[in-house]
Design a protein around this ligand. Structure first.
Ligand SMILES: [Zn+2]
Length: 349
């Protein structure tokens, strides 16, 4: 069986305009410099912007493209997990398959232990409680916990169709160059395409994906607020005395605008189908404090853009128009012009 390595290409680009709105408080942080400069403990991400009509400078809240790309990646991962839901195998079955791989050298087995077996088991058990026999890739337990180990080995399920690699286990993520032990695993799992459907678009270590996500900027009025929280003592679970910190957030109801550029070559592109048909009206969770309900966001619209975009037209409240809005739109228009001239795109990030 031949493993088909999907190579990135830039034969055609499609540009999508996405608008989303936060339904609850939204607190997406920025870089460390912003944190160091703000009087608030956990400030939201802001960039200095010049208001076009007045020349005044303001700090404009925004959602960094890296945050947005991460959130969309999880959502697409989730979708692919659901799609490939009937070809899951258990951790034990994976070990059984690995045992049967004949071309695994000792070093490959050591890597499998360190990068796959240990990280998965350590989620459930302390490493002193189990033993891995590297030669046979057999897991045994200490003192009456074999049953627990059995249930972990049976219970942790993973997809075998590689529709979405397992991003929380280092050894099961897509990566380039591909270590030899992974090639053996992929072969035994009869994987035909690499990287997985998610990394194909969102990229993996050593692999450039096929989408570019831009920073999202507010296009409606917004209100920045902050609230004070108790730090929780992690030993007692009680509120730590006098350990208060404040966290900045945007009040619900801010509409953001962003663009995604997708490189594609066929008409039935699965990602484009997901983007234009499944993403609209769906909910995303973004930023800090999601455990107390922060960061609920709904996708209001996803539209393919075919003509050049006008920054002023995109803004409901044109008093907000800034150089950042103009820069965003100009960067996107470059892709649109490149497409109509039949030239290859030059990547913005
Ligand atoms: Zn992957």
């Amino acid at each position: 069986m031949k493993l088909d390595i999907i190579t990135p290409y830039d034969s055609e680009v499609k540009v999508y305009k996405i608008k989303f709105k936060n339904l609850t408080n939204l607190s997406v942080g920025g870089g460390t410099i912003e944190s160091a400069m703000s009087p608030i403990d956990l400030p939201i991400a802001k960039r200095e912007a010049v208001i076009s009509h007045t020349g005044n400078i303001l700090l404009l809240p925004y959602i960094p493209s890296s945050t947005l790309k991460g959130v969309l990646r999880s959502k697409y991962e989730e979708y692919n997990f659901e799609q490939g839901g009937n070809s899951l195998i258990s951790f034990r079955e994976l070990l059984r398959i690995l045992k049967d791989v004949t071309d695994l050298k000792f070093n490959d087995k050591l890597e499998i232990k360190e990068k796959i077996i240990d990280p998965l088991l350590q989620d459930f058990l302390e490493s002193s409680l189990y033993d891995v026999n590297i030669e046979s890739l057999e897991v045994t337990g200490r003192d009456g916990i074999s049953g627990l180990i059995d249930s972990v080995l049976d219970g942790v399920r993973m997809p075998t169709n590689w529709s979405s690699c397992i991003s929380y286990v280092d050894g099961l993520k897509c990566e380039f160059p591909m270590p030899r032990y992974k090639l053996s695993i992929l072969k035994s799992l009869a994987v035909e395409k690499y990287p997985c459907k998610v990394c194909k678009y969102f990229g993996a270590s050593g692999y450039e994906g096929r989408i570019i996500v831009f920073d999202a900027l507010p296009v409606s009025k917004y209100l920045i607020n902050s609230s004070t929280h108790n730090a929780i003592n992690r030993f007692t679970g009680a509120a730590a005395n006098k350990k208060l910190y404040d966290i900045e957030h945007l009040e619900p109801g801010t509409t953001f605008l962003t663009f995604i550029v997708v490189e594609t070559k066929n008409k039935d592109d699965e990602f484009i189908d997901w983007l234009s048909n499944k993403l609209k009206n769906s909910y995303l969770i973004m930023g800090k404090r999601s455990t107390i309900g922060y960061g609920e966001v709904t996708i209001e619209s996803v539209e393919e853009v075919n003509e050049e975009v006008n920054a002023e037209q995109e803004l409901e409240n044109s008093a907000l128009l800034t150089n950042l809005h103009n820069d965003l739109v100009e960067a996107v228009n470059k892709f649109l012009r490149g497409r109509s001239n039949g030239q290859g795109s030059d990547r913005a990030q």
